[in-house]
Design a protein around this ligand. Structure first.
Ligand SMILES: C[S@@+](CC[C@H](N)C(=O)[O-])C[C@H]1O[C@@H](n2cnc3c(N)ncnc32)[C@H](O)[C@@H]1O
Length: 252
C-alpha cells in the first residue's frame, strides 16, 4: 500500500459509530436497477461498505452478500442484516473464489481505492454478465437561504481540508479512470428530511472536519456550524436535503 493510500484510509479508522448514526442510506431503486443488470444473482460484494449504508439493500436481490471495509471501526459499527457477511478486508483483495461474484458495488468509496489493483481484482472475482458499479452521491443541496449559505460555506476555508479524491465526488465520478464499456445510471437522488441536528450530524462525519480538527482549526468547523445554524433558524425545522446519485456502471 502506498503512503498516501495509508493516509487516505486513516480517515475512517475511527468514528464508525458516528458514521452509522449520521450518513444517509441509499434509495432501494439503485439496488433494484443494478440487480436488474446482473445475469446471475448469487453473490454480491459491497466494497468500502462503511457501516453498511448500501449493503442492507442487497439481500433482497442476491443469495449472499459480502460487505467489506478496510476499517475495523466501520465494520464493528455495521448494522447487522440477514445474509450480509461483514468482513474487514481491502477492496483490492476480495476473499472469494475466481469467477464467483455477480455484482461488485463500491458506494462513495472507489475514490479511495488503488484503482489499478482493484480493477485487477474485479476481473478475477467476476464472471461474464457480472456488474461493477461505482456509486457516489454528490454535494447536497438544500432549499432557500440555508442552501445558499451551505454553498458559500462548503466552498469556504474548510474546503481546503478535504483529502485528495474529493474532487471525484464533486464531479460525480466523471473523471475517475473506468476502463469498461459503460451504461448510464438513470437519474436518482438520496433525499432526507433533516432538522438542524440531523444535518450537523452528517457534517460532523466529513473527512474535511476531521482533518481541520487535527490541524487545530476547530474555529473553521465552528464557523461553518454557526453560519448554518443561523441560516436554519428554528433547529427543529425540517429541511429537505437532496444528494444527487452519480456513478459509473458496467456489465462485464
Ligand atoms: C465515505 S465511506 C463510504 C461508506 C459507505 N459505502 C457509504 O456509502 O456511506 C468510504 C469507506 O471506504 C473505506 N475504504 C477506503 N479505502 C478502502 C479500501 N482500499 N478498501 C476497502 N475499504 C476502503 C473507508 O474505510 C470507508 O468506510
Amino acid at each position: 500500500m502506498s503512503g498516501s493510500g495509508r493516509l487516505r484510509r486513516a480517515h475512517f479508522q475511527e468514528g464508525g459509530g458516528s458514521y452509522a448514526a449520521h450518513r444517509p442510506t441509499y434509495p432501494g431503486e439503485i439496488a433494484k436497477y443494478l440487480a436488474s443488470l446482473c445475469f446471475r444473482r448469487e453473490q454480491a460484494v459491497d466494497v468500502g461498505c462503511g457501516t453498511g449504508q448500501f449493503s442492507g439493500l442487497l439481500p433482497e436481490y442476491f443469495r449472499a452478500v459480502r460487505a467489506t471495509d478496510v476499517s475495523a471501526s466501520q465494520i464493528a459499527s455495521a448494522r447487522p442484516c440477514d445474509r450480509v457477511e461483514y468482513v474487514v478486508e481491502p477492496a483490492e483483495r476480495i476473499g472469494l473464489a475466481d469467477g464467483s461474484v455477480d455484482l461488485v458495488v463500491a458506494a462513495q468509496a472507489a475514490h479511495w481505492f488503488d484503482l489499478d489493483a482493484f480493477y485487477k481484482e474485479i476481473q478475477r472475482v467476476t464472471r461474464t454478465g457480472s456488474v461493477l458499479a461505482l456509486v457516489s452521491y454528490g454535494v447536497p443541496s438544500l432549499p432557500g437561504e440555508v442552501g445558499e449559505v451551505f454553498v458559500e460555506q462548503y466552498n469556504g476555508p474548510l474546503h481546503g481540508f478535504w483529502p485528495q479524491g474529493r474532487e471525484h465526488v464533486e464531479q460525480g465520478y466523471a473523471g475517475l479512470d473506468f476502463p469498461f464499456v459503460e451504461l448510464e445510471i438513470p437519474p436518482m437522488a438520496i433525499e432526507r428530511d433533516w432538522d438542524l441536528g440531523g444535518f450537523l450530524g452528517y457534517f460532523s462525519t466529513w473527512s474535511a472536519v476531521k482533518k481541520a480538527r487535527e490541524a487545530g482549526r476547530e474555529d473553521l468547523v465552528e464557523g461553518m456550524r454557526r453560519a448554518l445554524s443561523q441560516a436554519w433558524g428554528d433547529p427543529a425545522e425540517v429541511q429537505r436535503v437532496t444528494f444527487p446519485i452519480n456513478g459509473r456502471v458496467a456489465v462485464l
